[in-house]
Ligand binder design. Sequence first.
Ligand code: SAM
Length: 322
Amino acid sequence: MLEDSFGRQFHYLRLSVTEACNFRCQYCLPDGYSGPSSDQFMSLNEINTLLTAFAQLGTSKVRLTGGEPTLRRDFIDILQLTAATPGIQRVAMTTHGGRLEKFADKWKAAGLDQVNVSIDSLDPRQFTAITGQDKLKAVLRGLDRALDVGLDVKVNALLLNDFSDSRLGRFLTWLKETPVTLRFIELMETGDTSQFFNKQHQSGLPLKTTLLEMGWQPLIRRKDAGPAQEFYHPDYAGRIGLILPYSKDFCKSCNRLRVSASGKLHLCLFSETGLDMRELLVSEDVNGTVAFLKNVLGQKHETHYLHQGDTGATKHLAMLGG
Ligand code: SAM
């Protein structure tokens, strides 16, 4: 079992399989992706070594993310490999949803349990303004398809100052009939996006108060749950989650580790550096990877330092997948 010096156990791995993305979200890659080419990222064999080591140390849930994970040509192979790794009980992914309509059934057949789709607005014009892609309708068709094939569906929506008016109303109307969990995420500052952050960040706490006043009730967290505090309401088919990284004690329930597409372990989304495991992975050294992971976990800090504006090595979240 992976446990750090603060008694936190890590059952959940977020694995970035590429840094590349074809969306231009204002808060992430507003000028598009211009990083390393796809052949620089971990191969299927390296991913296999990594997953085997993590699973041996008690990891039961893996989220595939990026960049946009579905840009990898071997994405279905990665899904199959993840689902077939002994010990991994739950396979999730985060996507912009552009390919969901076409592939939801194939991804489900490959072993996917849960998909998180990023939809920052249900207003097509706002969606296009935020993401640089006029694809809301296609993404929503993909989301319906994901529900049809039996995937557990969550939606990520960032809280942004410019886009708050009427957004909640639209989302609530939609949640009445749509059985998804909609997670509102407080914008986090990253190295490349400080200006955007200063203009757009808003605390999620007023939204929490509003939801409680409307009769939304908190749910108990599962052991391998993500960072969201979730709420349900008897009149709604969907649920709401709040991810408030600036709130007190956010890091106390941290149960996840991250690996970048180039094989670096990040003990926190905002750690000062990634710890390079590439050689161990290239040489398919499972035992060495296990030893490395056990050894470095003591370096994990108690909290991130975002409150002080310290964003560590993270320039934007396409590097690590959020
Ligand atoms: N391409 C995929 C997608 O669009 O969901 C996966 C990668 S994306 C970086 C993962 C999640 O990170 C998205 O839901 C996005 O909204 C969130 N994200 C990106 N930048 C963020 C920031 N600065 N603060 C909070 N969340 C952010």
